[in-house]
Ligand binder design. Structure first.
Ligand code: GLN
Length: 492
């Protein structure tokens, strides 16, 4: 087994045992990143910075410091601002932009001793589901280069799947951690809204945006999330809770459980709306097989209903663009990045800068958002959507009265081919159906590899927990991964 086959926990142990140094490991992975450039995962590789950080981590260890992430390489979705690397949000409008500070998530992972190799490709401003909206270049799915890796955290998922990095950061507004994890057989968790600070995360839809890790296992995600999360006074929506050790929560034995049945007593709700006849790509059968495994581990499956699942699509595609239209008004050529070269007056400068700088999907969302917030349409669209959002959140609470976790598919199909969706953005919007409900409700959700479907492509199982039930989610996912090896399969 090569170093790049090891996950976060295993690397932490090997580094602690002195099997190799962070500097050696970082050199190895940088070479691997360079030889897999064609995948398109990275927008910026910082070899010099990474080697300096690795050297610093080695020095910290030599000085007696320990920690599961000390010296472990990672990479960040290019939505997180970084002081020592460019940040583009995969948009031309931020070409040349350099942040004066690090995002809280980036700073916390650095403080824990991780070594950042660079910035990862994504959909422009995290708007998309296939990484095809990046203004720079697409990302290939390492399982089939003709297919998308999912999105918007497509570079993060593909880099972890291709074993270029053991873990990466991602963001999830409507599924952008879970869906690419599902498409690449990686494990990703979107925590409860407010668990990770949004400070320094370029805002798309502020009431939905959450950061989280993508890695090769639930255990690795638990280690990353413990370091990334926690109260931050610079984010007004940050949850005021003490620091959490998700790894310990994941390992805590359940009352009444045994080694063979670690999930004894766990009730997993299956919303009937998550298993429509239209599921393609052998997703249904793959997910159901994984659920049988959960039963063997002691869990009980119960039927539940989330009657407004379908409505989450129009609700999300009103609320998210509305917030985006407001958030993206700051990119006007004055404060950040690109400014049009030729213009007549201030208004013309704004117009040309934004016309040149934003890609078609971003423009579409700004226009939809402006429309649904405009006088005369606000009540009909935005206000209605907000009311439905509350009802969707209430539906979940009714489910959680009878179960501990909710399970279903992450996406209705396996990864599609590049260009397959043509010019029809609605096709991609509809494919978000199973990830949007938890996003709208602010609930934690994760995707774990459940097997392989049509064309040998990965299928993810989604687990959704109640507010702040990350420990429980990770525990269930970990038990599944102790009993199966889907998460260990490699595309290369
Ligand atoms: N696919 C969804 C969208 O395009 C979700 C994106 C996200 O979670 N950032 O908006």
């Amino acid at each position: 087994m090569s170093w790049h086959d090891l996950g976060v926990a295993a690397l932490g142990r090997a580094l602690a045992a002195g099997e190799f140094s962070s500097t050696e490991l970082t050199r190895h992975l940088l070479q691997r990143v360079a030889s897999h450039e064609a995948l398109g995962c990275f927008l910026h590789v910082d070899a010099e910075g990474a080697l300096a950080a690795a050297k610093a981590a080695d020095a910290r260890r030599a000085a007696g410091e320990a920690g599961p992430l000390l010296g472990v390489p990672v990479a960040h979705k290019d939505i997180f601002v970084t002081a020592d690397m460019p940040t583009t949000a995969a948009s031309k409008i931020l070409l040349g932009y350099r942040s004066p500070f690090d995002a809280t998530v980036v700073a916390r992972l650095a403080a824990a001793g991780t070594v950042s190799l660079g910035k990862l490709n994504c959909d422009e401003f995290a708007m998309g589901s296939g990484n095809e909206n990046s203004a720079y270049h697409p990302v290939q799915n390492p399982w089939d280069h003709h297919r998308v890796p999912g999105g918007s955290s497509g570079g993060s998922a593909a880099a972890v799947a291709a074993r270029l990095v053991p873990a990466a950061t991602g963001t999830d507004t409507g599924g952008s951690i879970r869906q690419p994890a599902s498409f690449t057989a990686t494990t990703g968790i979107k925590p409860t809204y407010g668990v990770c600070s949004r400070y320094g995360m370029i805002a798309f839809a502020s009431s939905l945006d959450q950061a989280g890790p993508l890695a090769r296992s639930a255990e690795d995600c638990a280690l990353l999330l413990s370091a990334m999360s926690g109260f931050d006074e610079r984010d007004a929506t940050s949850a005021q809770r003490p620091p959490q050790d998700f790894h310990a929560q994941m390992l805590a034995p359940r009352a009444g459980a045994s080694a063979a049945r670690p999930l004894e007593g766990l009730r997993i709700g299956l919303p009937k709306e998550f298993f429509p006849e239209t599921l393609g790509g052998d997703v249904d059968i793959t997910v159901r097989r994984a659920l049988v495994e959960f039963e063997k581990l002691g869990a009980t499956l119960v039927d539940v209903s989330l009657p407004r699942t379908e409505l989450s699509i129009p609700v999300y595609y009103i609320i998210a663009p509305a917030e985006a239209s407001s958030n993206l008004s700051r990119f006007d050529g004055v404060k950040f990045g690109h400014r049009a070269a030729q213009y007549t007056d201030l208004l013309d400068m704004y117009r040309k800068t934004r016309a040149e700088g934003f890609g078609p999907e971003v423009k579409r969302r700004i226009m939809i958002g402006t429309y649904v917030l405009s006088h005369g349409y606000y009540d009909a669209y935005y206000l209605q959507a907000q009311k439905l959002r509350r009802m969707i959140a209430d539906d979940f609470q009714r489910c959680f009265a009878g179960c501990d976790l909710i399970a279903g598919p992450v996406a209705p199909t396996v990864a599609w081919k590049h260009g397959e969706q043509g010019d029809d953005p609605v096709k991609a919007y509809l494919a978000d159906i199973f990830t949007l409900p938890a996003s709208l409700a602010g609930l934690p959700g994760m995707s774990l590899p459940a097997g392989f479907g049509e064309h040998g492509m990965p299928v993810g199982l989604q687990l959704i927990g109640n507010y702040f039930a990350e420990g429980q989610l990770l525990q269930a996912a970990h038990a599944f991964q102790q009993a199966t090896d889907w998460h260990q399969r490699s595309p290369l």
